[in-house]
Design a protein around this ligand. Structure first.
Ligand SMILES: C[S@@+](CC[C@H](N)C(=O)[O-])C[C@H]1O[C@@H](n2cnc3c(N)ncnc32)[C@H](O)[C@@H]1O
Length: 277
């Protein structure tokens, strides 16, 4: 493990407030259910979750990975900074007969004991905690020796990584010391974060087929209405019609470049598993 990074408490508090409000915007649970429901089961399978395992899903949202882990027979805590997402998660779990616990928790300061979990998962989740070393140290801390850490993160070069790069010039300034989310999709970065806290790192770049959007405009308008980070960026330029039109055009162009003639896309992600030393 590398040295624990120290983020000033007032900076962490401000980030928590801002990011919780951001992820509560729009309708993230609907987006997850309609666009990326395939990712959670992929992560649960890669992690080798077994009946009876104690599993923590970090930045679980509405349970995309936590619910399939519970269906696999594990004892699961779905934790997230944004408890506004839990009602949808509870409804989704009830609909498939999954039982799990929901807990409000910041990935930078997990309210769980050292070594409490056999498996710690995060599906395009912990990547959004901006202080990467602090969050990585927390994942290591709560995983028992010999336990598994399994992550999915959008890559920098893939579609969602490029969407964040496209939005960056229009976004509010990040807090000091923040690192960009798609860096968690870079294997070398994650290996550095975990350092010698893990062994047996396995990493694979995969692509999620996305057929939800018939056109670039449909993609852009869906994200503009439902996805917190995109909504927040549009709000940041809301009083500047020219900048808003520029952002509209940039997102349309990006989506169109990634779509084939039928509108299908592949969203690239890193799937990484490791054993806690
Ligand atoms: C893209 S969503 C992924 C949710 C879920 N894992 C899924 O696959 O649908 C990102 C999630 O990260 C959560 N999040 C952002 N910052 C966080 C933090 N510092 N600690 C814990 N969760 C955080 C958000 O509330 C949101 O639910």
């Amino acid at each position: 493990m590398t040295d624990t990074a120290v983020v000033p408490p007032d900076v962490l508090t401000a980030v928590r407030t801002k990011h919780r409000a951001l992820w509560a915007l729009g309708d993230y649970p609907m987006l997850a259910a309609e666009v990326i429901p395939g990712l959670g089961p992929v992560l649960v399978e890669a992690a080798g979750v077994r009946p009876g395992d104690s599993v923590l899903d970090v930045a679980a949202g509405s349970g995309n990975a936590a619910i399939p882990a519970a269906l696999a027979g594990a004892r699961v805590i779905a934790s997230d900074l944004t408890p506004e997402l839990f009602d949808a998660g509870r409804a989704a779990a009830a609909a498939v007969g999954a039982e799990l616990t929901w807990a409000e928790a910041d990935a930078h300061a997990l309210p769980f004991d050292d070594g409490a979990f056999d498996t710690v998962l995060s599906c395009v989740g912990v990547m959004f905690a901006p202080f990467h070393q602090t969050a990585a140290d927390e994942l290591l801390r709560v995983t028992r020796p010999g336990g598994t850490i399994a992550l999915i993160a959008w890559t920098p070069a893939g579609f969602i990584g490029q969407m964040f790069a496209t939005m960056k010039p229009y976004a509010p300034a990040p807090p000091p010391g923040a690192e960009p989310p798609p860096l968690w999709g870079d294997e070398a970065h994650v290996r550095t974060l975990f350092g010698d806290g893990v062994t047996d790192v396995r990493a694979e770049v995969r692509s999620l087929p996305v057929t939800r959007f018939a056109s670039g405009a449909e993609f852009r308008d869906f994200f503009k209405a439902l996805y917190g980070p995109t909504i927040a960026v549009y709000r940041n330029v809301a009083d500047d019609a020219a900048r808003t039109a520029e952002l509209d055009a940039a997102l349309l162009d990006l989506a169109t470049r990634f779509q084939d003639a039928d509108g299908a896309m592949g969203w690239e992600y890193l799937l990484l598993t490791a054993t806690r030393r």
